[in-house]
Design a protein. Structure first.
Length: 76
């Protein structure tokens, strides 16, 4: 099999793919983070990030993203 390019879409398992399948170290190490974000229209005009906390003490981050959006999610 030959190809001009390979797309590695293994996500947070990229280091494992390199080590176990390709028998070589990954060029950069990444860490797996469990969480998700949604992108919504900008919620505030400032550059500050916010932490919202529910009564059960779970938190949600609201982080400015690009110029017109906010990321809302459970990880920073």
């Amino acid at each position: 099999v030959s190809a001009k390019a390979i797309v590695n879409a293994s996500g947070p398992w990229v280091s494992r793919l390199f080590g176990e399948t390709l028998s070589m170290p990954a060029p950069k190490m990444i860490r797996m983070v469990k969480g998700s974000h949604i992108v919504v229209p900008r919620l505030n005009k400032g550059t500050e990030a916010y932490i919202l906390q529910n009564e059960d003490e779970r938190i949600v981050f609201v982080i400015p993203y690009e110029d017109e959006f906010s990321l809302v999610g459970t990880t920073d």
